[in-house]
Structures are given as C-alpha cells and as structure tokens.
Design a protein around this ligand. Structure first.
Ligand SMILES: *Cc1c(COP(=O)(O)O)cnc(C)c1O
Length: 307
C-alpha cells in the first residue's frame, strides 16, 4: 500500500555561514514535502505501519494544546487513511488555538483530560477505563511525543539520507527518541550531539538508554547531551533567543521554530563563536521543523514570520 512503498526525496543540505567555521550544515527536514514534516514523520512511520499490520483503523495519541506531535499525527493519520483521536492535556477552551484547529481540520477528534489525570496517561488500565467512560473506542495507542521503540526505528533511517561524510549529527531533544534513533543508526565514525530544550534534562540520559535497550550494537556509540542551551526551558522564548531567530533569518534566510531547532542552532553558533567546534569534522544539524508552534505565540513575537 501507499504507506509501505513510500520513499522520501533527497534531503536538502544547506551550508550555514559563520565567520569561524566552514563545516556546519543544516539538514532541512522542515522542507520535506510529506505530511507532518520535520522529524515527526520518521517517528510515526513504523507506528502507522504497525497499526495497519494489526488491522487497526484508528490512532489514539496524547499531547499538550500546542503539541507538534498532535499536529503531526492528525496530519499523517488523515493522509494515510486512518482516523485519529487526540487526548489533550488540560481543559477545553472556548475557541481552538491554531494547533488544535489544524488537528480538527485533519479530522482528528479531540478529548480533554485534566492535568491530574494526564499524569497517569502511561498506566494502561487507567487509560482504558478513562476511554471507556468517555465513549472512546479502542485504537492503536501512540504515547505522548510519539516516542517509543518504533519511533526510534524510523528515526534510524534518516542516517542513510544524510551525507555519508557527516562526522557529527546534531539534533534538538524533547523526549530524546529522535536522538536515540540517530544513535542507533550512526555509523562507526559518527557521533551524535543532542541539545535539550528543557531545563534540567539530565534525565534524558536514562530515557535515551532505555529507548535504546532493544537496539543492537549501541554500547560503543559516541553521543553527548549539551544541557546548557535550554534558554530558560520549555515554552520560554526569551528576547535573547528571539533576536537570534531574527538574525538567523536575516543572515541564513531560514526560519527556525521557537522551541527546538532555534535552541540547537543558538548552541552551535555559541560554540562556533567561542571556537569550540572541531575544525576537522563535518557537522550536520537537523532542522526538525515545528514551525507550526509560531501559531501559539502572541502576535508581537511572531511578527517576523510575515516579513
Ligand atoms: C518533537 C520535536 C523534537 C523533539 O523530538 P524528540 O524525539 O521528542 O526528542 C524536536 N524538534 C521538533 C521541531 C519537534 O517537533
């Protein structure tokens, strides 16, 4: 079927301009023409194939009201012929924000879960009962962020779509599943650098290790997390980061998202400014997309998008 035989076009690799380094590149996953661009397609692919293999027509997943994952799941599910249900953290608001409106436009059915209940979303029995009470029929469950071992498997395939002389692959991290997939797929000469957008994200070391527990030959892979570029943490957009995003747009002609790739590049450019990037290694950073998140920000912060 369509999904099974789906192949990706070549990924655009753009050289970034920086006065002190000439080996920094950006892999433009944000430009991929399939639904749910960025890293989310890689994470969803084997989940959707598994649902199909099991003959399940309905995808159920979780996310916050501004979640890139909900947005991507609604889009991909609709495109590949699945029904979808999104369980949204927190109360229902009178009018839908841009993210949730898009989900509804893609035929995702939304249900709202209180923050207290949402903390128990990984307990299967609790969720089964909650869904039963809400009248939600069973379906194929994808965890929050789409992060499971099938996501890791899909993400792994990206490695072969990057230039083979890449030495360092750099990515933003949320749950760490993208990073885990890159580690699993990395060739022996490659290392993976992760830049968490969350403050105090040391726990990701464990999360990444457990996502990798079903993968073979990962113990000798080289990877590191750079924990100092969260810029205040998740869903914060300090002026320092906003002006970096403006400058990046002006100098490189590329729009970054406010949550993930902007922090990754802020970090890499900071290291480059300080002459801390290795000169003899080709670094490929991933633009993982997520531009939809601008829709959730106050008008004054997204002004530059229309420039
Ligand atoms: C979801 C997302 C990430 C983080 O992916 P994880 O696998 O959760 O670490 C990075 N960038 C963008 C744009 C995303 O939407």
């Amino acid at each position: 079927m369509l999904l099974q035989s789906h192949t990706l076009p070549p990924i655009n690799i753009t050289k970034l301009n920086h006065p002190l380094t000439d080996n920094l590149y950006l892999a433009r996953l944000d430009l991929l023409p399939y639904p749910a661009g960025g890293n989310k397609w890689f994470k969803l692919k084997y989940n959707l194939l598994e649902a199909e293999r099991l003959g399940i027509k309905q995808i159920i997943t979780f996310g916050g009201a501004y979640s890139n994952h909900l947005y991507a799941t609604a889009e991909a599910a609709d495109y590949w012929g699945f029904k979808s249900i999104g369980i949204v953290r927190g109360e229902e608001h009178f009018s839908l924000n841009d993210t949730l409106q898009h989900c509804v436009n893609k035929s995702m059915q939304l249900f709202y879960m209180s923050r207290e209940e949402y903390r128990r979303k990984s307990e299967p029995e609790f969720i089964q009962r909650w869904m039963y009470e809400q009248g939600i029929p069973n379906g194929y469950m994808i965890p929050e962020g789409g992060s499971n071992t099938l996501a890791v498997k899909g993400m792994q395939e990206l490695i072969d779509l990057l230039p083979s002389d890449t030495d360092i692959i750099a990515t933003a991290c949320g749950t760490g599943a993208t990073m885990a997939g890159l580690i699993a797929g990395a060739k022996t000469h490659q290392e993976v650098w992760g830049f968490p957008g969350l403050k105090g994200a040391d726990f990701l070391v464990n999360d990444i290790q457990s996502l990798l527990s079903e993968c073979h030959n990962v113990s000798d892979k080289k990877w590191r997390l750079l924990l100092d570029y969260h810029l205040g943490g998740y869903a914060k957009l300090p002026d320092e980061l906003l002006s970096f995003i403006h400058r990046f747009k002006k100098e490189q002609g590329i729009t970054l998202d406010p949550t993930y790739t902007s922090k990754l590049l802020f970090g890499l450019f900071d290291l480059a400014d300080k002459n801390l990037l290795p000169k003899d290694k080709k670094i490929v950073a991933l633009h993982t997309g997520g531009l939809q998140a601008w829709g959730g920000l106050p008008e004054k912060k997204r002004i530059f998008l229309s420039e």
